[in-house]
Design a binder for this molecule. Structure first.
Ligand code: PRX
Length: 643
């Protein structure tokens, strides 16, 4: 039995008391339009909206604040100038602690954004154009996003850890004619050849509309090739002239972000301007309980949605000071996070369970040897946090004085959806908590029957919220199919979930063929497609299995072409092959060579069985009588690699 943890006394509730949460939640579900039109006033609109939500889930059409006009760069930067020109907006902490840190006030950020926006204009970028951003975690990554928003261009940030192949696919899918990159990135002392990867990607991309302009930001000073006429250094195009913010409709697109699903290629999830703006501004304010003067640090890369919403947009809409960290938790040693906390006097840290588990394993002394006195609140996101890691985060990192705020959400939700609010709620280790304002979760069984009270089922959301994704770029039908067809009339999250007697939600993990590796979402189908591209591979089936640090590891069953042997050499070759096709985050943990995959007589791979064997739970395989070759299961168990 897990008990609630009292709210730590040291946290003085300010933005939301328990009574306020109750009243506001009630208002948000009883009169959502009025509630969200009021919250919309957190933003500065050129034309204030008079319409709240206008949405339906069958057929699927979602709009919020549709008669409002605004620009989110104006909201993140320009509108703070009268009061906050000298407030620090962004702090940069480099990969190498011996390198110089750097920060930008809101005034300086404004200048940088205008300079980059002017450079983009000279490249030919205009309203509605898609711009791919492939950057390290440096301030110019955030500046690039804001410069796009300023011009009304749609940014598509691709994580710098993705391969040229993966980058090419994403450039091609959204017909992006422009790329912003850096010469190289740095992570844990290693150089990441970003510009060279862009060059390789552009050689691969069989583009209907070829990339016309690449804007390059100098970072490491490493040697790179510049293609005449296509590639330009920022300094050669940047200028300080006036660059007004485009007036955008609330439903104009803001960004595309590719994310993995259970089938096919990654989807370009599309977020629009007004609703996403209101959602990130509001969630940041209440969930992190940010106080003026504090330093907020979200450790996510801007290549993921967490980086979009809580490194860049949410904090900047709130005139906060946000830290951008280029490095990794274990470089130069396992105390780096807490060095950064002490150096920049970080008050709020927001990170992923996988990082917490990795640091926990290294021992408390890396933590206790640092002060951490500035810390006031600890956030968690990206995957379920196991109670042991939760306890360590709370007791050791936070010394029992900082609330742990576990936030459940997704690329598709735009911002946090289920969480406890500091000052308002007790915490339960391992539970994400309660719905944020306007969020109406529902649990259903596999047939779609609604499950009431304390129960376990598939997590759906029954009513739209402003931050909801509007479509899959270029493929609305796929959006409808993926999220609204399993349980018609509801948004299906793909997650399994328990609800306890106090109404707290406990996410149990994905119920589809998506796995969560170190807080990164990975479609098993993507890894399978990469594997079968290898000349020696006949067939592949990929499943997740429990992994102490990563949450889930990648277990690949592979059958080889006739005459090929599953040697150690080939095993290493296949791992390298997947890294090359997708990126290091997709590197298989286990490759299990087999002479066949368990299939039904109609040829469908029985993943349930493969999952069980990978989890080492082969005692409970269930019915295997429909298998075409029942003896195969014995051989698979015999050859299992996760012992
Ligand atoms: O399975 C859930 C898990 O991460 C998925 C969403 O992944 P992504 O779109 O990459 O966004 C990650 C960051 C918001 C979800 O479907 N997930 C995310 N946060 C949590 C979580 N699982 C449990 N607890 C969380 N706090």
């Amino acid at each position: 039995m897990i008990h609630a943890v009292e709210r730590p006394q040291a946290h003085a509730p300010t933005h939301c008391t328990p009574e306020q949460y109750d009243a506001m939640y009630r208002a948000s579900v009883e009169t959502p339009d009025a509630f969200w039109l009021e919250q919309a006033q957190r933003l500065d609109w050129f034309t204030a909206p008079t319409i709240g939500g206008d949405w339906a889930y069958d057929p699927v059409a979602i709009k919020w604040f549709e008669d409002g006009k605004l620009n989110l760069c104006h909201n993140a930067v320009d509108r703070h100038l009268p009061e906050h020109a000298d407030t620090t907006a962004l702090i940069f902490e480099p990969d190498d602690p011996a390198s110089e840190d750097r920060s930008l006030t809101y005034g300086e950020l404004h200048r940088e954004v205008v300079r980059m926006a002017n450079a983009l204009k000279k490249l030919g970028v205009g309203k509605g154009d898609r711009v791919t951003i492939y950057m390290p975690m440096i301030l110019e990554g955030a500046v690039a996003m804001l410069a796009c928003a300023r011009l009304g261009a749609v940014h598509s940030v691709v994580f710098g850890g993705f391969s040229p192949e993966a980058l090419a696919g994403r450039i091609e899918d959204c017909g992006s004619r422009f790329v912003i990159t850096a010469d190289e990135g740095l992570r844990g002392g290693k150089r990441v050849p970003l510009k060279a990867n862009v060059d390789a990607a552009l050689n691969l991309a069989a583009h209907a509309t070829p990339v016309e302009g690449v804007l390059v930001i100098p970072h490491t000073g490493g040697t790179i090739d510049m293609v005449e006429g296509r590639d330009h250094w920022l300094a050669d195009l940047a200028s300080d002239e006036d660059c007004p913010c485009e007036v955008m409709d609330a439903e104009d697109p803001l960004f595309i972000l590719y994310t993995s699903g259970s089938t096919g290629k990654p989807k370009g999830v599309l977020h629009t301007t007004g609703g996403y703006g209101v959602w990130t501004a509001t969630t940041f304010h209440y969930i992190f309980d940010y106080q003026p003067g504090e330093v907020f640090w979200c450790t996510a890369d801007i290549g993921w949605v967490t980086g979009h919403s809580y490194v860049v947009y949410g904090p900047l809409f709130n005139a906060a000071t946000a830290l951008v960290f280029e490095g990794v938790p274990n470089y130069p040693d396992h105390g780096r996070f807490w060095d950064v906390v002490d150096k920049h006097q970080v008050n709020i840290i927001y990170t992923a369970p996988t990082a917490i588990r990795a640091l926990m394993r290294e021992g408390d002394h890396h933590v206790t040897s640092r002060s951490r006195a500035s810390l006031r609140l600890l956030g968690s996101v990206g995957e379920p946090i196991n109670p042991e890691a939760w306890r360590w985060y709370f007791d050791v990192v936070g010394e029992g004085r900082c609330p742990v705020i576990d936030t459940w959400w997704q690329t598709e939700t735009g911002g946090c959806m289920i969480t406890t609010l500091p000052g308002a709620h007790d915490m339960k280790p391992g539970s994400a908590g309660l719905p944020f304002f306007g969020v109406r979760p529902q649990l259903v069984d596999n047939e779609g029957h609604v499950l009431e009270g304390a129960n376990e089922g598939n997590l759906c959301i029954t009513h739209s919220w402003p931050g909801q994704a509007r479509t899959v770029y270029g493929d609305h039908e796929r959006f409808v199919q993926t999220y609204f067809s399993t349980y018609v009339g509801k948004y299906f999250t793909g997650d399994g979930c328990k609800r306890d007697e106090d109404g707290y939600y406990w996410i149990t993990g994905r119920v589809d063929d998506v796995i969560n590796v170190s807080g990164h979402r990975m479609g098993t189908a993507e890894v399978e497609s990469a594997l079968v591209l290898h000349a020696k591979v006949a067939e592949a089936a990929v499943v997740g299995y429990p992994h102490d640090i990563k949450g889930q590891g990648i277990y690949c069953y592979v059958t080889l072409n006739v005459g090929e042997d599953g040697s150690d050499g080939l095993l290493a070759e296949l791992k390298a092959h997947v890294r090359k096709e997708i990126g290091p985050i997709a590197t298989p943990d286990i490759i299990h060579f087999t002479d066949g995959l368990p299939k039904t007589r109609s040829g469908k791979i029985m993943r349930r069985i493969l999952r069980k064997i990978a989890e080492n739970e082969f005692g409970a395989l269930g019915d295997t009588s429909t298998l075409a070759d029942p003896s195969l299961v014995e051989r698979l168990i015999e050859g299992r690699q996760n012992r």
